[in-house]
Design a protein around this ligand. Structure first.
Ligand SMILES: Cc1ncc(COP(=O)(O)O)c(C=O)c1O
Length: 466
């Protein structure tokens, strides 16, 4: 579990100001391997490398800030899900990070793709992946997005409201197609994650409530519609979840709904999708399960519940996003200023300001997400100092890494790397303060490729047509 406690002002020394999960490192230069992609290490001078390329070379070639993807690592994570979940359908959740190259990589590793807007669908279309392996999500898809999904021939559409069922049904009739639909069910599970990324409790915008009866009604409505092919039930309980029990409760409730539908109609829906949300390590406090462990746990849960309900096991699917794209990329920043700030009781904290911030990673500001960081451009022999990595935006909450020990001699010009920056960073980036969005580059066997180029001020000015 990630802990978001920030120690209060009663503590006198800087170490005590650190949250309970963060301990003072013996060697402030050392990397904790589970936070980084497999291709990351440091050379004898303490310079971080990704798949053999040093971050100093990356910074020279592509500038900072930049997101750096370890291609082999991302592919391996995608493949690990495909291998561990054999017989299941595994859809990569594109919202976590999407560009045409990544769409192709995950498809080459045997995964389908989930998109949730017309924009994401346009990217996977351009990538040339098989659209039959693409699912279309969204709680408020426009008519244009539904039409695009139908004409592109996406393999499934996950419906989220009665208005959408009617809209989709009419469009399908107009276009003479019969899409496969899954009904997004709200299971009422209180996943232990931040409120904004928990999506299966009742009081939120997604899905049809199982407890309130609308999920059963939606299944019947899709089944009865001549232009819709009911494929099954979908459940996504939230993100950054470490707790198999939450999936167990969700599986039990969705399978009970499935069984009730079978009893009422005599029709057996093909598919059950358990969504994504598998947690990753952002800090030393996080110990995620491997895909193989997850597969074993989910299989056991489903087998047990299906046996109890006397049901054949449906075609199962999952939608991991962050667990594939998150750990495979780091964010690289250059330090601009370092400011020691006195705290109560004589303690101090180093505010390390870098050349990016909340416009390239909103997660810390949005959900109090925790991150880690390391000095990436040299080895330091200075003692560890409690630091906060902040950005360049005009916002006090512009924090990238709330609590980390960095070398006390960290200085302007140093490079800092933030691991686990591949998911929901570039994909949620903004132009706040008219800051251009950083590029995404990949590294593979010593080769750097640009996946998304750096935005320029001209790109931003081009939109201003007034
Ligand atoms: C429906 C659905 N599926 C899958 C995901 C992917 O979640 P994660 O990236 O945490 O695996 C999300 C994330 O919001 C989602 O809403």
């Amino acid at each position: 579990m990630t802990h978001t406690h920030v120690a209060g002002s009663i503590h006198a020394d800087a170490t005590a100001r650190a949250p309970g999960w963060l301990s003072r490192p013996g060697d402030v230069n050392a990397l904790l391997p589970r936070l980084w992609s497999a291709g990351v290490d440091k050379d004898e001078h303490g310079v971080l490398r990704v798949a053999g390329i040093s971050v100093t070379e990356l910074a020279d070639q592509v500038g900072t800030p930049a997101y750096v993807v370890d291609e082999a690592d991302l592919r391996a994570r995608a493949r690990a899900f495909a291998d561990a979940f054999t017989g299941w359908h595994v859809y990569y959740a594109a919202k976590s990070f999407l560009c045409t190259a990544v769409a192709r990589w995950v498809a080459e590793e045997g995964l389908g793709i989930d998109v949730c807007t017309g924009g994401e669908l346009a990217v996977v279309q351009r990538a040339g992946v098989d659209l039959g392996q693409v699912g279309l999500h969204g709680n408020n898809k426009s008519v244009e997005e539904l039409r695009l999904g139908l004409t592109a021939g996406v393999g499934r559409i996950i419906v989220d409201s009665f208005a959408e069922i009617a809209r989709l049904g009419s469009l399908a009739e107009e276009l003479g197609v019969r899409p496969r639909v899954l009904v997004r069910a709200t299971t009422g599970v209180e996943a232990h994650t931040h409120e904004y990324i928990a999506t299966a409790h009742e009081d939120q915008k997604f899905g049809f409530s199982i407890a309130g009866g609308s999920a059963a009604e939606a299944l019947l409505a899709c089944h009865a519609h001549p232009w819709l092919e009911l494929a099954g039930i979908h459940s996504h309980i939230g993100s950054q979840i470490f707790d198999a029990e939450a999936f167990e409760v969700a599986a039990r409730r969705t399978l009970r709904l499935h069984a009730e539908f079978v009893a009422e109609t005599g029709v057996v829906p093909d598919e059950l999708d358990l969504g994504g949300g598998f947690g990753i390590a952002y800090t030393s406090a996080d110990s995620p399960a491997t895909p193989a462990e997850l597969a074993r746990a989910l299989r056991e849960i489903i087998d047990h519940e299906c046996a109890a309900l006397d049901l054949a096991v449906p075609q199962l699917s999952i939608e991991p996003g962050r667990a594939i794209s998150g750990p495979s990329a780091l964010a690289l920043y250059r330090v601009g200023t370092v400011k020691p700030v006195e705290l109560d009781g004589g303690a101090s904290r180093l505010y390390v300001a870098v050349d990016g911030g909340m416009s390239d990673n909103i997660r810390t500001a949005l959900y109090a997400a925790e991150y880690s960081a390391t000095l990436a451009s040299r080895r330091s022999s200075a003692p560890p100092a409690l630091a906060r990595v902040v950005g360049k935006h005009c916002e006090g909450g512009d924090i990238l890494v709330r609590d980390e020990f960095l070398p006390a001699d960290i200085a302007p010009g140093d490079l800092i790397a933030v691991p686990a920056s591949g998911a929901y960073s570039r994909s949620m980036a903004s132009n706040y303060n008219h800051v251009p969005r950083p590029p995404v580059v990949s590294v593979r066997e010593g080769q750097i490729s640009t996946l998304i180029r750096r935005e320029t001020i001209d790109d931003i000015l081009a939109l201003d047509v007034g």
